[in-house]
Design a protein around this ligand. Structure first.
Ligand code: AP5
Length: 190
C-alpha cells in the first residue's frame, strides 16, 4: 500500500489553517483533525474536559499537552484506514510534536510535511476581529485575547519550524492573497 499523506498545516491564529483544510481534505481524501474544533465540541457538550478547557481558551492560552495528545491519539486510532490526515492547530509544542511522531512513526506513515502559512500580525488581528464581530467565537472578540494567542504561538509553537526543518519537512507558504491563490500555493507544495 502507498504511503499516507500526513500534513501538519501550521501557522499563527487567523493564518487560514481551517479555511484551507476544507479544500485540501476534499482534494486529497484526507481526515481533518483540528484540536481547536475538538475542544470546542467538548465545551458545547459541557463535558468535564470541556469545562477544564473553556477558561484557558477564553484567555487565549494553550490547553495542557496531556489533554490534546489524548484527543489526537483517539482520533488517529479511530481512522486507521484513511489516506492520511491534515493536522490543524496541532502540534503546538515540542512535547506535542514528539508525541505525534511516536504515534505515527511505528505505523510506517510518518508526517509527510509541515506547510506553514505566513501572515503578518496586523492582518491576523484584522481577520480575527472581523470573524469575532459576525460569527461569535469567544476568543475572537477581544483584541488583547487575540494578541495573547499570537504571543503564545510565537513563544511555544513557532519553534516547531526548527523541529520539522531538522527532519527536512518544513515548507513556508505565503498566506496573503485570495483563498484560491493560497490553495494553489499549497497544492503546488504538496
Ligand atoms: P484553534 O481553534 O486552533 O484556533 P487558532 O489557531 O487560534 O486558529 P484559528 O482557527 O482562529 O485560525 P486559522 O488559522 O484556522 O484561520 P481560519 O481559516 O479560521 O485554537 C483555539 C484555542 O484552542 C487555542 O487558543 C488554545 O487555547 C486551544 N488549542 C487548540 N489546539 C491546541 C493545542 N494543540 N494545544 C493546546 N491548546 C490548543 O481563518 C480565520 C479568519 O480569517 C476567518 O474569518 C477566515 O474567513 C479568514 N480568512 C481565511 N483566509 C483568508 C484570506 N486568505 N484572506 C482574508 N481572510 C481570510
Amino acid at each position: 500500500m502507498s504511503q499516507k499523506l500526513n500534513i501538519v498545516l501550521f501557522g499563527p491564529p487567523g493564518a487560514g489553517k481551517g479555511t484551507q483544510s476544507t479544500f485540501l481534505i476534499g482534494r486529497y481524501g484526507l481526515v481533518h483533525l483540528s484540536t481547536g474544533d475538538l475542544l470546542r465540541a467538548e465545551i458545547n457538550a459541557e463535558t468535564e474536559l470541556g469545562l477544564r478547557a473553556q477558561g484557558i481558551m477564553s484567555r487565549g492560552e494553550l490547553v495542557s499537552d496531556d489533554i490534546v495528545i489524548g484527543m489526537i491519539r483517539n482520533k488517529i486510532d479511530a481512522n486507521g484506514d484513511t489516506k492520511g490526515f491534515i493536522f490543524d492547530g496541532f502540534p503546538r509544542t515540542k512535547a506535542q510534536a514528539e508525541a505525534l511522531d511516536a504515534l505515527l512513526n511505528p505505523s510506517g506513515n510518518p508526517i509527510t510535511m509541515m506547510l506553514a502559512l505566513e501572515v503578518p500580525e496586523e492582518e491576523l488581528v484584522k481577520r480575527l476581529l472581523g470573524r469575532g464581530a459576525t460569527s461569535g467565537r469567544a476568543d475572537d472578540k477581544d483584541e488583547s485575547v487575540i494578541r495573547t494567542r499570537i504571543r503564545e504561538y510565537e513563544q511555544k509553537t513557532a519553534p516547531l519550524k526548527d523541529y520539522y526543518s531538522a527532519q527536512k519537512k518544513f515548507k513556508g507558504i505565503d498566506g496573503m492573497g485570495s483563498v484560491e491563490e493560497i490553495t494553489d500555493r499549497l497544492v503546488a507544495a504538496i
